[in-house]
Design a protein around this ligand. Structure first.
Ligand SMILES: Cc1cc2nc3c(=O)[nH]c(=O)nc-3n(C[C@H](O)[C@H](O)[C@H](O)COP(=O)(O)O)c2cc1C
Length: 182
């Protein structure tokens, strides 16, 4: 089975996007091997600490290397990419060797697809920014701008995301396209 690494753009306890990522993992449990990236200890990228490569950065890059594709599931912050997720993408966009811009970059040719849950625009601002950024850093974007969902009336009172059959169909169609590309 192909390996998909889920990268969630929110570290909030009870995150709605984490719930979406877990739901995707459940939908795909017989179709793909899914794991979740733990990148909460990734430092802010500062070129002073790029080399020697910090262990936590090595760990994150190796998790990305081991995956056939990344599925980014993220909220939208001010119509854009949450800083934690942008920081992760910046780290994987950098050469793996000092003074050697041609050394491999973890992001190169990596397949990626996007999903997010947010307000009424269904995280379209974030997904558009992810689309542009991921292309810029040489990733292979699958499924265009991905899929978006909006909170329903009860999401904030119950703290739970509920998925309709239509939502599941949307996610499964995205998954089929993504898996076929891997
Ligand atoms: C700094 C910040 C900016 C936000 N900007 C947006 C936005 O532009 N569009 C939107 O739909 N929601 C926005 N929100 C609300 C988030 O959608 C909401 O907090 C959501 O619960 C975050 O996702 P999570 O539950 O996965 O943590 C923003 C939240 C924060 C903290």
């Amino acid at each position: 089975m192909k390996k998909i690494l889920m990268v969630v753009g929110s570290m909030r306890k009870g995150s709605f996007n984490q719930q979406v990522a877990e739901h995707i993992a459940e939908l795909l449990k017989n179709k793909a091997e899914i794991s979740f990236l733990d990148y909460k200890d990734l430092p802010f990228l500062n070129q002073d600490i790029e080399f020697p490569t910090p262990d936590v950065v090595k760990h994150v890059r190796s998790a990305v290397d081991s995956a056939d594709g990344l599925w980014l599931v993220s909220p939208e912050y001010n119509h854009s990419i949450p800083a934690v997720l942008k920081n992760f993408l910046d780290w994987i966009s950098r050469p793996n060797e000092e003074n050697n811009p041609k050394a491999g970059k973890t992001s190169a040719d990596k397949k990626v697809t996007f999903t997010g849950i947010g307000g009424s625009n269904e995280t379209a601002g974030c997904r558009k920014n992810l689309f542009d950024l991921c292309k810029f850093i040489g990733m292979n974007v699958v499924g265009d701008m991905g899929t978006g969902f909006s909170f329903d009336r009860d999401t904030f009172t119950t703290g739970k995301v509920i998925f309709s059959e239509e939502d599941n169909a949307k996610l499964l169609a995205q998954a089929d396209t993504f898996l076929a590309s891997l």
